[in-house]
Structures are given as C-alpha cells and as structure tokens.
Ligand binder design. Structure first.
Ligand SMILES: [Zn+2]
Length: 400
C-alpha cells in the first residue's frame, strides 16, 4: 500500500493541512482534500518533516540489545581498533542480528536513509559485509541502506585489503571507504590513488574517514581535493569527520572550506565527543553539503549514543554551540533533507512530486521538535507506514 492520505499535519510547521500520497510520491498538499478509497492517518496536528537521515554509522559494531559491554579501554585510535578486532568474535557480535537491531530502531525513530560503513579486514574478510547485505535485503522498502566498504585496520599497511575492498564492491558494497591516508596508512598518495582507482573501476563514490588533525589533516584534505578535481568526481567524494576543518585558524580553514564546496565534496559529521569538529554553521554557510550521523553506538569503542537522529542532532547542536531557532532549524535540515542531499539521495523536501519519505515529529515549531524527547508519532517510507509512536509497523519483520 503506497497510497495514503495524511490528515491534519503541519508540513514544516506551517498551518495544518492534508497530504496525499499516490504510488509512493506526494501527489497533493492542501486543506480538506476530498479523496475516496485511500487509507487515512490522522496526524493530530503534528509537524511533518522529510525522513531523518543517518549519514554516518557503523551498523556492524553495536552491542545494542546485548548485555552491557564492560571491556572498553582508553588509548589512541590504534588501541581502539585493536580492542575491537580482538573482542568482536569472543563477544558473539553477529553482524546481521546487530545491524537489524540498530537499523530497526533508527526506522522506528523516523529514519528513511542510512549510510553505514562495514569493516573489511584480514580477520573478518567479507563476512561482516555479507551480514549487512542480508540486512539491506531484509529491510528493503522500510529503509534505504548505503554500504561503505571500510578498511578499518588500514589499507596500505595491510597487504591484501585492497583486493578485499575490490571484491566487496563487486559483491554489492555501494561506496569505497578509506581511513586516515597519512596517519594510518603512512602513505597518503598511494592510499588515495588506490581509493580513487577502486572508485573509478567500479563507478562508485568515495567516503573517507579523516580523523587527522591540524596541518596533517589539511594536507591530506588538499590531496583529496586535488584528486576529486583531476578525476572529475565532484559530488561523488565524501569525507567523514574531517576534524582538520575544526582547526581554530580561520585563515587556513576558510580557503579549505571554499575548496571543498567548489569541488562539491560532502562532509559527514557526528558531534564526536573527543575532538574539535568543523563548524556546521560555517560549512553550510560556505555552501558545503553536510550529512550527520550517529557514528558508533554502544560499541567496543564507546558507551554513548542512541539509534535516533534527533538524539544525535542534540549532540551535534550542543557541540556546535547552537542556541537560536534558526540554528536548530539548520540542524534539523542537516539531519533530514540536507543529509539525504549529501548522500546523493533525492532531497526535494516535502513538495508535490517528491518521494513520500517523511516522519511526524512532536513540537510547536521545528526548533522545538529538535529538543523535544518524544517518540515520532508516525513514520512513512515511500508512502507506507513503517512505525507508529516509536513502535515498528512492519508486518513480517520482528526485532531480533
Ligand atoms: Zn565512523
């Protein structure tokens, strides 16, 4: 059923109206629409926004729904990577089960699109990808899942991982991942050349984790910008975290943001708890398309997070020192329509002709809806109701 009439909703917090969906797309918006023979949902005056978008997560890592994990350690990035590789199998972290749990919670909380990285390394080879491909198939129609083949343990420093990434992309991974070409791979030119070669071979976009700070990160980012232009890959390259754009030096960061915008490189931000993050307001003002993501949730790396993009938006908003309503509206847009745009997904907003991916949210205004911690009253994917009041409405699919 992809025909649906939503009555008494406030599209983007405007006056109450009706919204008609035909064949999964918005067919009409207006008060008191006269339509027969179509399922009707009463929105009871709730605000309707485009579906929330988790543009950066790791569905294969979460311990959500398992016992509390007590083995988290401190240390640097390499310590955290090693801890996860050592712990994943003894913990019994079944990727299909865990990614289903994580994704279904995101759906119940209004998410219509997810971009998830999946570890590809010597220990697990392509088994984690296989689990996540099953999840993508099981949830088809309920959420759109983009999968990034991610060399979590390194690419150039791990001979054989390049071939595994190549295989992962042939198996159905959507995007070529990368990780700190300078500080992790110790060879930024070779690492980036390999990533761009894979992207060109498979005709797929790129999304690189870049944690490198300061001048080293800026150098790597310049190398990414140069290759994006040289390969004509504008709009096809993403950089996740990009902490170097959070450097408090406007003379360095300003021109870098301009170059990122000019080459239409997308930035994915998560409100990371232990780093200076690039200013969301500055990136959007520079014209950069920005997506927002939950990143890892309750995994071996850290105890924090909820599979809920409004929860994440609050973290990102606090991290960016947001106070004003216009800033919270920018935040909400980045967590929904803007994030879809950054992921290369149709992002028309709630207008006639757009795909009917939307969620109702509680609140008086859009800014209020960001901070109000209330279950989403109704979630619609392609014209089909997939969740109601925080509970899934997906016949045949149960939370594992
Ligand atoms: Zn990540």
């Amino acid at each position: 059923m992809t025909d649906l009439l939503l009555r008494n909703i406030r599209v983007m917090a405007h006056a109450a109206t009706d919204l008609l969906i035909r064949d999964g797309r918005i067919a009409a918006i207006g008060p008191n629409l006269a339509v027969d023979g179509v399922a009707v949902e009463d929105g009871q005056g709730a605000i309707a926004i485009p579906a929330l978008v988790d543009a950066h997560t790791h569905l294969d890592k979460t311990t959500w729904g398992m016992g509390w994990y007590t083995g988290r350690k401190g240390g640097d990035l390499q310590d955290l990577i090693d801890n996860e590789r050592n712990e994943r199998i003894p913990l019994g972290l079944d990727v299909h089960r865990q990614s289903m749990r994580h994704a279904l919670q995101l759906i119940a909380n209004g998410t219509g699109h997810i971009r998830s990285h999946v570890d590809v390394d010597h220990d697990h080879k392509l088994t984690l990808l296989e689990g996540k491909l099953r999840t993508r198939e099981a949830l088809r129609g309920a959420v759109d899942l983009q999968i990034v083949a991610f060399p979590q343990s390194g690419l150039m420093i791990r001979p054989g991982v390049y071939e595994l990434l190549d295989e992962a992309l042939a198996m159905g991974a959507d995007i070529v991942g990368g990780l700190d070409p300078s500080s992790m791979d110790r060879d930024p030119k070779a690492s980036l050349d390999a990533i761009f070669r894979l992207a060109e071979k498979h005709g797929k976009p790129i999304d690189i984790h870049l944690h490198e700070y300061g001048e080293l990160g800026a150098f790597t980012l310049e190398e990414i910008i140069t290759r994006t232009r040289a390969h004509g890959m504008q709009g096809k390259v993403g950089v996740s975290h990009c902490f170097c754009l959070g450097t408090p030096d406007p003379h360095r960061v300003g021109p870098l943001m301009e170059a990122v915008a000019r080459e239409d490189i997308r930035i994915f931000t998560t409100g990371h708890p232990s780093a200076e993050v690039p200013s969301l307001q500055d990136m959007r003002a520079a014209g950069i398309k920005v997506g927002m993501g939950c990143d890892g949730i309750r995994d071996t790396w850290g105890p924090w997070g909820q599979p809920d993009m409004l929860h994440r938006a609050r973290i990102v908003g606090m991290k960016n020192r947001m106070r004003r309503d216009d800033e919270l509206e920018l935040l909400l847009d980045t967590a929904s329509r803007g994030g879809a745009d950054a992921m290369g997904v149709e992002a028309l907003g709630l207008v006639v002709g757009a795909v009917a991916d939307l969620t109702l949210v509680a609140g008086e205004t859009l800014a209020h809806a960001v901070v109000e911690e209330v279950a989403r009253p109704l979630v619609v994917k392609g014209g089909r109701v997939v969740a109601r009041n925080g509970a899934l409405a997906l016949p045949g699919i149960t939370m594992p």
